[in-house]
Write a protein that binds this ligand. Structure first.
Ligand SMILES: Nc1ncnc2c1ncn2[C@@H]1O[C@H](COP(=O)(O)OP(=O)(O)OP(=O)(O)O)[C@@H](O)[C@H]1O
Length: 272
């Protein structure tokens, strides 16, 4: 845990973060604070700016204006310090189907500079935490969609990141596989004390898994709080779906461009 003068520093802080693509404002003055050790959900329709926010926080994309700190380091001025302290599970495929789960993890352990003597124990620990030890030596192309997702999460935590970013970790998975991912994500947090920021389209996922959520709409944060707080603000019987509709004016099914919808569907297909 990062502390200064006895005070806990948030794991993630953004200050008026802006990202433009030409005339399009994809992320519009986003200011957020994510508590160390919490699971934080970024929600919003397709095209709301969630992935662009994650890309700035993981140093893949420079902000147009504003700033952000991750694990106490400025993403623009200290990108290398940030990268050493984060894990990233992207939406698109990052595991190689022609290799075994173990071999995939070995590549990532080398990439992340895990010392040789620690590679094997860390790989087995990550496999065990993600419920994949029995499948370690099977080819990944034989894994189910849920197992691939869990392998990708295992890859992202081999270097013990303080902050783990996951872009739609359960998209395209059936309800049983999604629950298994949630369970393993919880264990991960418990085991490593990592802070987790994830994006999701599933309101039940946000409700069950996240300590706090931010609802993004057209690049802005429309609401932020615990799922219970956000629901209570709408009404006694409100669900998180109701909260979402209230703040975005749309159900989760609408919004975004054709390209965005196509990309989501492509991710779902490769896992299905
Ligand atoms: N590299 C880019 N060039 C131009 N426009 C982009 C680029 N990346 C994203 N956008 C646009 O910025 C907006 C926000 O996109 P972003 O991918 O951040 O949304 P999102 O909330 O993550 O959506 P999804 O749920 O589909 O992943 C969209 O209108 C998208 O088309």
């Amino acid at each position: 845990m990062t502390t200064t003068g006895g005070q806990t520093v948030p794991a993630i802080e953004t200050f008026g973060l802006v990202r433009r693509f030409g005339s399009l404002v994809a992320v519009d003055r986003v200011s957020l604070s994510v508590r160390t050790g919490s699971i934080f959900g970024l929600l919003g329709p397709n095209g709301a700016g969630k992935s662009t926010t994650i890309k700035m926080l993981t140093t893949l994309l420079p902000p147009t204006e504003g700033g952000a700190k991750v694990a106490g380091f400025d993403v623009v001025r200290r990108p290398r310090e940030v990268r050493r302290r984060i894990g990233y599970v992207p939406q698109l495929l990052s595991a190689d189907g022609a290799l075994t789960g173990y071999e995939n993890l070995l590549i990532f352990a080398k990439l992340y500079g895990v010392p040789r003597s620690q590679r094997e124990p860390r790989i087995w620990q990550a496999l065990a935490l993600m419920g994949l030890a029995d499948a370690a030596h099977a080819l990944v192309r034989q894994y189910s969609g849920g197992m691939i997702r869990r392998l990708e999460i295992a890859q992202a935590v081999l270097h013990r990141p303080a902050v783990l970013f996951m872009d739609e970790p359960t998209v395209g998975l059936d309800p049983v596989a999604r629950r298994a991912v949630w369970e393993h994500v919880r264990q991960l947090r418990q085991h490593f004390g990592a802070t987790i920021l994830l994006t999701t389209h599933y309101m039940d996922e946000a409700d069950e898994l996240c300590d706090e959520v931010a609802i993004m709409h057209r690049g802005r944060v429309a609401a932020v709080g615990t799922p219970a707080e956000l629901k209570a603000a709408i009404g006694p019987e409100a669900t998180l779906d109701d909260v979402f509709v209230h703040h975005t004016g749309s159900s989760i099914e609408t919004g975004g461009s054709y390209r965005d919808a196509l990309r989501t569907r492509r991710t779902a297909r490769r896992l299905g």
